[in-house]
Design a protein around this ligand. Structure first.
Ligand SMILES: Nc1ncnc2c1ncn2[C@@H]1O[C@H](COP(=O)(O)OP(=O)(O)OP(=O)(O)O)[C@@H](O)[C@H]1O
Length: 226
């Protein structure tokens, strides 16, 4: 197995609040990893450090042989745009844009021509059960539909790593499972590595592996003796 992305002994604080205190994790290429753990344990901070959104105070982030933590802001921004995809808890669609324009956004930002970007965006609607929703704005979509649009936006540019922070957190459990099924199927098809933060065991069950973050460090899950 090739390692896609790795955190080595990463520390990060918000002012005097330590969020990560020596967190290490290596994620295999194509692996779907669930990061679990109590509220405030550092899950989102770890995701943000891996994704090059936050820069660790110490430790290393490695992606495809490169040190993400020592890149310039411009390099990290290009990395996020060109090689990573993101899905957040509240879809965070741009309300002024149609669903199709929202999905096309990462392609437009990478310089793909508008017609081509919209064509690629449209192909995701049928795939995610969103036929006919292309021209709606986010206010005209249900929570589950909006989150599927956000998922399409996260995957449309064929990212090597998809970062998903509580992607089902705002959905009821059935809708959440539908989003997870689509996410896992699309990721497997594209060979995308997925790093998923969730506090829901039913959501984590879709992953190949679960780790637990406690007090800013990563542990393997505790096994209940049988
Ligand atoms: N922007 C911020 N400013 C100040 N402190 C923060 C900020 N973001 C997170 N923290 C603190 O850092 C620690 C880790 O937060 P983080 O959001 O990574 O935890 P989490 O495990 O993702 O929590 P949750 O499950 O509640 O989302 C917590 O003590 C939190 O209060």
């Amino acid at each position: 197995m090739t390692i896609a992305i790795e955190a080595r002994n990463v520390a990060f604080s918000f002012g005097k609040t330590p969020a990560l205190q020596g967190a290490s994790i290596a994620v295999d290429s194509g692996e779907i990893l669930a990061i679990m753990g109590p509220s405030g344990s550092g899950k989102s901070t770890l995701l943000h450090c891996l994704a090059g959104i936050l820069v660790p105070e110490s430790g290393e982030i490695l992606f495809d042989g490169a040190r993400v933590d020592s890149m310039t802001e411009h390099q990290r921004s290009s990395l996020r745009r060109d090689r990573f995809g993101f899905v957040f808890q509240f879809g965070q669609l741009v309300p002024e844009l149609t669903a199709a324009e929202n999905v096309a956004l990462p392609l437009l930002l990478s310089g793909v021509r508008r017609a081509e970007a919209l064509r690629k965006a449209h192909s995701w609607f049928e795939r995610l059960g969103l036929d006919g929703m292309e021209h709606r704005r986010s206010g005209e979509l249900s929570g589950g539909q909006a989150q599927r649009v956000a998922l399409a936006r996260g995957l449309v540019a064929g990212p090597e790593v998809l970062f998903a922070d509580e992607p089902t957190g705002a959905l009821d459990s059935l809708t959440g499972e539908q989003v997870m099924e689509l996410m896992v199927a699309a990721a497997r098809e594209q060979g995308t590595t997925v790093i998923l933060v969730t506090h829901e065991p039913r959501v984590a069950a879709y992953a190949d592996r679960e780790v637990i973050v406690r007090d800013g460090r990563v542990n393997a899950p505790e096994r209940v003796p049988s």
